[in-house]
Design a protein around this ligand. Structure first.
Ligand code: PLP
Length: 377
């Protein structure tokens, strides 16, 4: 089965895990620190904070600015549910914003402006598939409205993405992301005071961790803020360090595969569009938009029978039961149309151009079958 995404793990990662076990320092030590430094360097930042997930990173980003009850946070509905959950964790209200178009499935500044109120405190932008939300437009939007700007950068990792432009950016190292640590995440802010608050909140609000206290004469600590346990283990960080070294090559492979997809779609199923192509240097998922009359479940079933896994990114958050029950009556026409027609095709660095050809031939066959009569070959 050709999978939608697959981690690339091997001898390097195995050796890295063995080194951690031999060192007998299992969490929040030298490797977490080294991973933070290497990740910050790659993204043009002075510092970064490793955490247990991107969900934790997004929560800390809002919590570090005391977002709370009575506040509203603008979020795209076309995202993973964690993007909206982070506002709910803080007691704030997520306000769902539509996307720009089927070709540009990113949170729309014009719709965001309409949904801005006196209670709006923050906006979370999400770089769908690796397409960067416009830095100048969003900095300007946040500045004009006095909002905190958060980047959910789970899809957009690597030197190609350019400088972090939000007050805080959150990354994910879940198993299906461009690099993985199993579970894990990272927070970057260019403001050292914000970074320090987030670092403290990651580990119970303590003024120092066990590892730092090794080098101190005094063994005690104080707690100056409400904290959580969002720490990363040395095992995760050791894998992350090895993955990070390979990220630029993997992103290059993803670019080449994306170009193959682009050419094969033009040849084999021109009625399908690929919004990510030409719009990013570090693609994360190969999102395809099917014709409006396509029977997506049938197409997915056909591809599955041909050994090709597919998925969807995403069911719109405002249509999920938990959100629909609490925030009823929301209509986001472009998000809803995109969620109905989007099909995610396999994209990961272990794939070859022949795999892409196989996927597209299968897709063309199953799209072509629809509506045709039995006497058509
Ligand atoms: C994966 C993902 C997350 C959550 O990441 P975790 O590390 O699994 O918590 C958040 N937002 C987006 C857009 C994602 O793709």
């Amino acid at each position: 089965m050709l999978l939608v995404s697959e981690p690339s793990l091997g001898a390097d990662e195995k050796a890295a895990l063995a080194e951690v076990i031999d060192s007998n320092w299992i969490t929040m030590g030298a490797r977490v620190h080294a991973f933070e430094q290497a990740f910050a360097d790659m993204h043009g930042a002075a510092d970064a904070v490793a955490v247990s997930s991107c969900t934790a990173a997004l929560h800390l980003a809002l919590d570090a600015f005391d977002i709370g009850p009575g506040d509203e946070v603008l979020v795209p509905s076309l995202s993973f549910v964690a993007t909206a959950n982070s506002a709910v964790y803080c007691g704030a209200k997520p306000v769902f914003v539509d996307i720009q178009s089927l070709d540009r499935p990113l949170i729309d500044p014009a719709d965001a402006a309409k949904k801005c109120s006196s209670r709006t405190r923050a906006v979370v932008v999400m770089h769908y598939g690796g397409m960067l939300c416009d830095p100048a437009a969003w900095r300007d939007f946040a500045g004009r409205n006095g909002l905190l700007l958060i980047e959910d950068s789970a899809h957009c990792v690597g030197p190609e993405r350019g400088e972090i432009y939000g007050d805080v950016a959150a990354f994910s190292f879940y198993g299906n992301k461009n690099i993985t640590t199993g579970e894990g995440g990272m927070v970057i802010s260019h403001d050292p005071a914000v970074t320090e608050r987030i670092r403290r909140k990651r580990g119970g609000g303590l003024t120092s961790g066990t590892y730092q206290r090794l080098g101190l004469r005094a063994g005690s600590y104080d707690v100056t803020t409400l904290g959580y346990n969002y720490r990363m283990t040395e095992l995760n960080a050791a894998i992350g360090l090895r993955q990070l070294e390979k990220l630029p090559n993997w992103n290059r492979t993803r670019r080449h595969l994306m170009a193959e997809y682009s050419g094969a779609v033009a040849r084999l199923c021109p009625e399908v569009t690929l919004p990510i192509c030409d719009a990013t240097q570090n693609p994360h998922i190969m999102a395809a938009v099917l014709p409006s009359n396509a029977d997506r479940p049938a197409v997915m079933g056909g591809l599955h029978d041909d050994g090709v896994q597919t998925s969807m990114h995403y069911p719109a958050i405002h249509t999920l039961s938990w959100y629909r029950e609490r925030y009823p009556g929301i209509r986001l026409p472009i998000t809803e149309a995109f969620a109905k027609r989007e099909l995610t095709l396999p994209l990961h660095p272990k794939m070859t151009p022949a795999d892409v050809e196989h996927v597209l031939a299968s897709l063309a066959r199953h799209l072509g079958n629809q509506g045709e009569t039995d006497d058509v070959a």
